[in-house]
Design a protein around this ligand. Structure first.
Ligand code: CA
Length: 657
């Protein structure tokens, strides 16, 4: 067998590139009443045999069929039979070695994804799937990050036993705390909370959980095996390939019907193992290798997918389109997007825009990598510093906003603005303007220049790193934690950009300080629905902020001109104050102007509001529903220590002034 480097040189040769790029989009299996077609791209195979089986594992071979070589490295076989539910894999001869592989382009698979399955996708559609639509978009998208198993594992959630930890838990529309019939959990809880999009952590087929193992096995799932197949451990029957497909569609249909968009977390930057279907069918084509022969590991997971290579680019693009078309997915969160190339991200954006309308499908990702990567041919990484090269509607998690508000995610004891760090005022006002203003200090950060707030995710917690509550626990006295949690929430929810938070942030979720719980027990990771009700005051504070945010077009504005809405910025030690032009042609709001004050000092801050102006309090440090209660602000305006005050000036008040 050639070495990795020799393969790389071969794939870079004009001979390969002129002869082996397949332009079709029909790789894998197409199966309908009219028949079934199998196509595999394996440019270096000397022969390929298709093996058909009754089941997804075990000794139940039906027959072996030699496949026919076509143009561009494709091998094919077709039949007039509808082979729905038949499992298959391939035996390839590559450089005298015999290799077994499942299908990298598979749309269905058996237990643990070892064998692929032919599927007539129409037969997996739940009732009403043709009518399934994403809900209408509102004034703002507020994204809530959830893991399928974490969502419904805890018995206090009141989910039916057979659906605990499964896709089907998302179809339960009236769950309550311990089935008390009073306190909503699950989907009705999320409706009350007011979030608009549910981001599901990895739910393509991954490798770290044994689908035949105990139900309590847990992993986040950032270890892809079959990119175009749902994960089996979340289905009620992982051994029958059609079940996971139908149940994932049931989940999506239910979320849509309950008013939520669905965002999928996709991990195209690396695979579970280098010994993948990619590698077995096209050795080293899909992976990066340095010119000195070292295997690229910018993911810190053992391998980097070579997204910039034409067949790999096509694979990822088609995979994204498949999830949107077949599963009605509304957006994608790209894991380690910094390992993907700018051209690929822009190409995905363009293809989605052409099909669904400009910016309709959300695209965002982590604009970083864990280490150096061996990207080829002048391709550019989709890193934070390269945001200017990305489409305006490709977004990034803004670690600057996250860390400015509550301190570094990586240096656990380092504080941010709310928990006592000094000199953060510029960073906070930049966070407010989604880093499109001009307060950023030279040399403090790797320079980055978002085109508009549409490129920025404003957030303080995600599945990675400590929960917000645990971060506060490590940096402030116990008595201050709840107040500062509210303050952190009120700050990022009054920043421009897209809003995002980890499930449970709103009820002081803890993982006992664990900052990387990817394979911690489900008992640590599960959402604790009792706590969601024990901390109801905090939940109500989040609910009020979310409901208010949707009425503040000046903050929801995602356009490049949004930064012009922010004015009268005032910065004192520990204080940031600004006003916002809140008028909008598209979204009606009671308030034409906003004034927002963040006071991270321990003392009350008083400032004249201008006596000709009638400001009302919309939210303060403990009540985010004041906008419903007609509360005049008084003059001077007083902001208690360690709190946020949001004021609004009504349309009519301004007119009479
Ligand atoms: Ca799996």
């Amino acid at each position: 067998m050639k070495t990795a480097l020799e393969w790389k040189q071969y794939y870079s040769s004009p001979e390969f590139r002129n002869n082996y790029i397949y332009e079709g989009n029909d790789l894998g299996v197409s199966c309908s009443e009219e028949g079934t077609s199998f196509k595999l791209w394996s440019p270096s195979a000397e022969s390929v045999t298709l093996n058909l089986y009754h089941e997804g594992s075990g000794d139940n071979l039906i027959r072996r069929i030699p496949m026919t070589p076509e143009q561009s490295g494709v091998w094919s076989w077709q039949t007039g039979e509808e082979l729905h539910g038949i499992y298959y894999d391939f035996t390839l001869q590559i450089e005298e070695e015999e290799i077994r592989s499942a299908d990298p382009y598979a749309k269905a698979c058996g237990l643990n994804g070892h064998r692929s399955m032919a599927v007539n996708l129409k037969k997996t559609d739940p009732d009403g799937w043709d009518e399934d639509r994403a809900p209408e978009e509102g004034a703002e998208r507020i994204i809530y990050e959830l893991h399928v198993k974490e969502f419904s594992w805890d018995r206090s959630g009141g989910f039916p036993e057979k659906y605990r930890g499964k896709y089907m838990a998302f179809t339960c529309e009236d769950t309550t705390l311990d089935n008390d019939g009073v306190h909503p959990t699950g989907i009705p809880y999320l409706k009350e909370l007011g979030v608009t999009h549910i981001q599901i952590m990895p739910s393509y087929d991954y490798g770290s959980v044994n689908e035949a193992g105990a139900d309590s096995e847990f992993n986040w799932g950032y270890d892809p095996v079959n990119y175009n197949v749902p994960e089996g451990s979340y289905s009620t029957d992982p051994a029958h390939g059609e079940v996971r497909i139908r149940e994932m569609k049931e989940m999506i249909r239910s979320l849509h019907s309950q008013g939520f968009g669905v965002i999928m977390d996709v991990v195209y930057n690396h695979t579970y193992s280098l010994d993948s279907w990619f590698q077995r069918t096209a050795p080293w084509y899909f992976y990066r290798v340095f010119d000195d022969g070292r295997i690229s590991n910018g993911s810190a997971c053992g391998n980097d997918v070579a997204t910039e290579r034409e067949m790999c680019t096509r694979y990822i693009l088609e995979s994204v389109l498949y999830w949107t078309e077949e599963y009605h997915i509304d957006g994608f969160r790209f894991d380690l997007m910094g390992l993907l190339d700018v051209d690929l991200m822009n190409r995905i954006r363009k293809e989605l825009d052409e099909r669904y309308g400009r910016g309709v499908k959300l695209i965002f990702g982590e604009p970083w990598a864990a280490d150096e990567t061996a990207m080829e041919n002048g391709a550019v990484q989709a890193l934070k510093k390269n945001m200017g090269l990305l489409d305006e509607n490709v977004g990034m998690f803004c670690d600057n906003t996250r860390d400015s508000i509550k301190g570094s995610a990586l240096k656990l004891k380092l504080s941010g603005f709310v928990n006592g760090a000094e000199g953060m005022e510029n960073d906070i006002i930049e966070s407010v303007g989604a880093w499109c203003l001009d307060y950023e200090e030279d040399g403090k950060y790797e320079k980055f220049h978002p085109k508009a707030p549409s490129q920025i995710i404003s957030y303080v917690s995600a599945h990675d790193n400590q929960t917000l509550w645990d971060k506060l626990d490590m940096t402030v006295p116990a008595a201050d934690k709840m107040r500062l949690n509210r303050m952190a929430a009120a700050i990022y929810m009054s920043c421009q950009g897209m809003l995002f938070f980890l499930s449970g942030e709103e009820f002081a979720r803890t993982k006992d300080g664990e900052d990387n719980s990817f394979r911690s027990p489900i008992s640590l990771n599960r959402l604790d629905w009792r706590q969601a009700w024990a901390e109801r005051e905090l939940v109500d504070y989040y609910r009020g902020l979310i409901a208010l945010r949707k009425q503040l077009p000046g903050l929801c504005d995602k356009s490049a001109k949004a930064c012009e809405r922010i004015y009268s910025v005032r910065k004192e030690k520990g204080i940031v104050q600004f006003r916002v032009h809140n008028q909008s042609a598209e979204i009606t709001s009671r308030w034409k102007e906003l004034m927002v004050i963040y006071n991270s000092t321990k003392e009350e801050w008083a400032c004249p509001s201008g006596d000709e102006e009638a400001w009302e309090i919309l939210a303060d440090g403990s009540d985010s529903w004041l906008w419903q209660k007609n509360c005049p602000a008084g003059n001077p305006v007083k902001v208690p220590g360690q709190s946020v005050l949001i004021l609004g000036m009504a349309e009519e008040a301004g007119e009479t002034a």
